[in-house]
Design a protein around this ligand. Sequence first.
Ligand SMILES: O=C(O)[C@H](O)COP(=O)(O)O
Ligand SMILES: [Mn+2]
Ligand SMILES: [Mn+2]
Length: 545
Amino acid sequence: MLKKLDSFAGVAGPLVVVVMDGYGLPENPVGSAIAEARQPNLDRLFASSPHIRLRAHGTAVGMPSDDDMGNSEVGHNAIGAGQVYAQGAALVANAIAEGTIWAGQAWQEIVGAARSGVLHFIGLFSDGNVHSHIDHLRAMVERAKAEGVKTVRIHVLLDGRDVPETSALDYVVPFEAFLAGISDAGFDARIASGGGRQNITMDRYDANWPMVERGWRTHVLGEGPQFASASAAVEALRAQYPGTIDQDLPPFVIAADGKPLGSIEDGDAVVFFNFRGDRALEITRAFVEADFDKFDRVRHPRVTYAGMLQYDGDLHLPERFLVPPPAIRDTSGEWFSKAGITQFACSETQKFGHVTYFWNGNRSGKFDGETYLEVPSDVVPFEQRPWMKAAEIADAMVAAIASGQYKVLRCNFANGDMVGHTGNFRAATMAVEAVDLALGRVLKAVEAAGGVALITADHGNADEMFELDKKSKQPARNADGSFKAKTAHTLNPVPLILFNASGDARLGLRQTADAGLSNIAATVANLLGFDKHPAWDESLLTLGE
Ligand SMILES: O=C(O)[C@H](O)COP(=O)(O)O
Ligand SMILES: [Mn+2]
Ligand SMILES: [Mn+2]
């Protein structure tokens, strides 16, 4: 049980944690939608409420190095668990470096099946290290050859979201050369299909199953426009759809003499090589579920399927996985539940799993006393609706706070991140303004209830909307003089603001050198009058000392 603090009984009112997804603190105001947006509520908070900066990238959230940006999975895991775990990116890299991945039963079963069939790899084709890393794929192809696999087919999801927006050929061209180099009379490895990650396969949280169906038709059934190679496909599709960035490119199939090179058939082996789960779960279900009903699969090949990691620890999806996921234990959701604290979690579909599944350590189950509310997201390009569902989430939070039923409430506003990923600067400033407006309403409800709110973010995104020149730190320009749009997350810190309407003027925050997202859970515990769980990183709450 969490112990009660001697020094502080806890705030009487509700405790609200607001995650402004993708809201980093810019180093340079030029090209920053955060600096540019009109945000009167946040301005007021920064002027009059205790606030500090938190690390939200690199080793502070369990990434392999401090060159790695943060992301929603590692950010929400750290906030929810109050601890930093070596995350998928690091675990897979280690398992490959130490060779433990090859010794595992899952890899042996994959290779065993592939020796008499075809070995397919499907996944995000970049070095973004958010969902996957192309080096992991390369290592697996090499190892498959060494272990006697004869045929490898790769289904590439073009990124442009965690890496520069039109960088697909920087990955495709060298990889095609690698595959040509490693192929010989006894080994044939080629790219077989692909498409933009926001167009096919990588949907999340049941937002858009038709995306997954398009992916299935492309990778499994081999249906779609045919090209001689992946690089030829990318070039032709860019010419056909000018201005379309990589993540949105339509699907394509690689074929010879009109026949797809790599449709997926009975007896084949399939590895989904993303380590992150949110966008891997739906396609995984399509492969492994016997009574799948989300779309008509037309054909359901009997394959040996493995995920890079297990994507959902409660549902055991998938059962076969190459690397054990981080064993995230003792999350704040679990221990607040054990303390009898009622909890409310809310977001719109695009981020709903962030405040539930990621928050609770990649588990889709629910702890006693937790209530979840999902606001359905629109299925549109978000630069066309930068306000997204901020107003509706605020409505739900205001009602939940006013109901008096919940002691701890959490929500995620998706806008800064989802619109930030479009690379559209003007839309991103509107996204930030929509969050500010919604936040103002939530804070009014917190005030009326005599509560406290902690306002933070999981990582940066809207804070840098243009690629910055590494030396000058000024926005980099394209050949035509326009700024180079940046769609990825940033390495910037995020705010932690304490909005205090509890009537206890002692409450403050301390800035420590390594303050990070994993300090939030203990801070919330202290605000509730509890000592932190021993596993959690230190609280940042001060009581007027
Ligand atoms: O999945 C995505 O949309 C991006 O790769 C990362 O964004 P997120 O970590 O904020 O979800
Ligand atoms: Mn995020
Ligand atoms: Mn994001």
